[in-house]
Structure formats: C-alpha cells, structure tokens
Design a protein around this ligand. Structure first.
Ligand SMILES: [Zn+2]
Length: 151
C-alpha cells in the first residue's frame, strides 16, 4: 500500500494521499493541508520515513501491546490537528523486525520523532492526549528554530 484515501475535513473532497512525498499533502479542491498518516514495513520504511520536509512521528506498535491500542488513536488525532507539520508513520513491529532493531526499540509502543532522518525525541509506553500534544509541539518548535536563518 503506498497511498491512502483521505476525506478533507474542510470541503469533504476525497483525496489520494501518497505515503512518499517531499511536501505535506494538500486537498486538490480547497488546497488545505490533509492529515498524513502512513504505514511502513521493513522494505519501504526508509523511503516513507526519511523523504519529507516535515517532522516524522514513527509509531512502533504491536497488537499484543495493550498501550499501543490506547496511544494509536490519540496519535492519529494529534497528527490530524497538525496537518502540514507532521507525518505519522505507523510500523507494526511484527512486520518490521529490522526497523525495530535499527531504532533499538525494546519496549512497545515506542514513539520517535525524526527530523531529516535524525531522531530528536523518543517516548516509550502510553501517553495522555495533552502530554502527546506537548511532546509533538516541542519537536515542531525545535525544528523551526533550527531551520530559521541566524541574523
Ligand atoms: Zn478540501
């Protein structure tokens, strides 16, 4: 799977959102940003997680890990609220042992925030919604600071 059908929250147009792209996806009709929620396995992980200009949130999850079932829907909500600024890459570690060992993720769920392929934050276990929002917002703010030119 390399694209998802996403209904625009503003104008209700259905859009095809590619998993791999440089820029965050926008609605074809109203040009608003769309939530960018993707899935990756070992074979396509690097292409999906590395090739973008926005912060990437990697969710290493598993069906057997109870906290995964709690944090998954919250993450989707936080990413949708921040459309255009963050991309979610959901990775089921059952299908992605190499991704799990690359990130040395012994506990599931492990959440990572990546900026230009580099890990900038990590959290293991569940999080409440306000904590999750703060965690993602801090990473976005940090990348804005590092990207702005020094005067
Ligand atoms: Zn739209």
């Amino acid at each position: 799977m390399d694209a998802a059908t996403v209904t625009c929250a503003t104008c209700r147009t259905k859009n095809q959102v590619p998993f791999v792209a440089d820029d965050a996806p926008r609605c074809a009709q109203c040009h608003g940003f769309l939530p960018w929620i993707t899935e990756a396995v070992d074979a396509d992980y690097l292409a999906i997680a590395d090739s973008t200009k926005v912060v990437v949130c990697v969710e290493l999850w598993a069906g057997w890990a109870q906290p995964s079932r709690l944090v998954g829907p919250l993450l989707e909500r936080v990413v949708a609220e921040r459309a255009g600024r963050v991309k979610l890459v959901r990775v089921n570690v059952e299908d992605a042992r190499r991704v799990q060992s690359k990130h040395e993720a012994r506990l599931i769920p492990t959440l990572l925030l990546l900026w230009q392929g580099e890990e900038i934050a990590r959290h293991t276990g569940a999080m409440q919604l306000p904590q999750l929002r703060r965690w993602v917002d801090q990473a976005i703010a940090a990348t804005f600071r590092s990207a702005s030119p020094t005067l």
